[in-house]
Design a protein around this ligand. Structure first.
Ligand SMILES: NC(=O)c1ccc[n+]([C@@H]2O[C@H](COP(=O)([O-])OP(=O)(O)OC[C@H]3O[C@@H](n4cnc5c(N)ncnc54)[C@H](O)[C@@H]3O)[C@@H](O)[C@H]2O)c1
Length: 331
């Protein structure tokens, strides 16, 4: 008898697959920040990692496994083959080329579409019922690409979108006011990145509208220059990339927050990317961030924001820009 047989008497052989599995495709800076965030929040009973660079992939898996004593995710696996992702509830895609210093997110697009043509069919093959959460940039276009390639219903294809932009805004607002970001409410919607739209009319603390107190909020006439806060949000990825080469911790934490809403069916409202055709006068199949109700079925509902005509114009302009790029893409 082996030591294990001497030690253990089995009553029931454990079979079947994980109940709450999450997979992360791409183990770069962003993928690993998402992975550690998910692990620290105890969201999964199995975590699978996939990448094309096998040594790095195995190294990252081992490094996480060595932390198992401090975690409550009993199985961490990895592989180049997508069979390791089978039966995932949620698949997070962070794979792809990243922005170079000064490169716009839109420049990345066709490079990452080609990568998605391989990734998405493989994910679908092994987890046909999963929710897909796209993080790779340009995130709004790649969420559309993932939706097209996967053939999934629209509620199960989600882009991380302006979740990070809004978090950055609330952090900066909190710094100005000396209040925790959780109590500083403000929504950045539209395209993730350069043309995102701050909804100044909704900015509030405890339901007290900052625009009512200070009507110049967000305008060029504002002596307190609150518009700068949005500019800082837009510039922040470029600034961090310039300083440390990439962004990782904030996006990882924000993806962990989205994963929590999905895995625990919280139905919280997040500014994330979904198909906006039919909203705010948008007529094409584009994905932009709006406040979305997120739970175990993915995005089930959208909160219809009351926007100013100029804010709606900006959204429609983003939609036109995205559509002009999308219709040229080679699938
Ligand atoms: N949505 C957001 O708010 C947000 C924020 C930050 C970064 N990003 C984006 O996330 C992506 C990843 O950024 P990063 O800094 O981790 O980049 P990175 O270069 O560190 O990692 C990318 C990883 O993808 C892997 N990869 C490439 N092709 C692959 C394929 N076919 N299958 C599986 N894996 C593949 C690479 O080997 C690498 O490990 C970028 O597109 C970046 O722009 C998005």
């Amino acid at each position: 008898m082996s030591l294990k047989e001497q030690l253990i008497h089995t009553l029931h052989k454990q079979e079947g697959h994980a109940e709450n599995k999450i997979s992360v495709v791409g183990v770069g800076a962003v993928g690993m920040a998402c992975a550690i965030s998910i692990l620290m929040k105890d969201l999964a009973d199995e975590l699978a990692l996939v990448d094309v660079v096998e040594d790095k992939l195995r190294g990252e898996m081992l490094d996480l496994q060595h932390g198992s004593l401090f975690l409550k995710t009993p199985k961490i696996v990895s592989g180049k083959d997508y069979s390791v992702t089978a039966h995932s509830k949620l698949v997070i895609v962070t794979a792809g080329a990243r922005q170079q210093e000064g490169e716009s997110r839109l420049n990345l697009v066709q490079r990452n579409v080609n990568i998605f043509k391989f990734i998405i069919p493989n994910v679908v093959k092994y987890s046909p019922d999963c929710k897909l959460l796209i993080v790779s940039n340009p995130v709004d276009i790649l969420t559309y690409v993932a939706w097209k390639i996967s053939g999934f219903p629209k509620h199960r294809v989600i882009g991380s979108g302006c979740n990070l932009d809004s978090a950055r805004f609330r952090h900066l607002m909190g710094e100005r006011l000396g209040i925790h970001p959780l109590s500083c409410h403000g929504w950045i919607v539209g395209e993730h990145g350069d043309s995102s739209v701050p909804v100044w009319s909704g900015v509030n603390v405890a339901g007290v509208s900052l625009k009512t107190l200070h009507p110049d909020l967000g305008t060029d006439a504002d002596k307190e220059h609150w518009k700068e806060v949005h500019k800082q949000v837009v510039d922040s990825a470029y600034e961090v990339i310039k300083l440390k080469g990439y962004t990782s911790w904030a996006i990882g934490l924000s993806v962990g927050d989205l994963a929590e809403s999905i895995m625990k069916n919280l139905r919280r409202v997040h500014p994330i990317s979904t198909i906006v055709k039919g909203l705010h006068g948008i007529k094409d199949d584009v994905f932009l961030s709006v406040p979305c109700v997120l739970g175990s079925n993915g995005i089930t509902d959208v909160v219809k924001m009351i926007l100013k005509p100029e804010e709606e114009d900006k959204l429609r302009k983003s939609a036109d820009t995205l559509w002009a790029i999308q219709k040229e893409l080679q699938f």
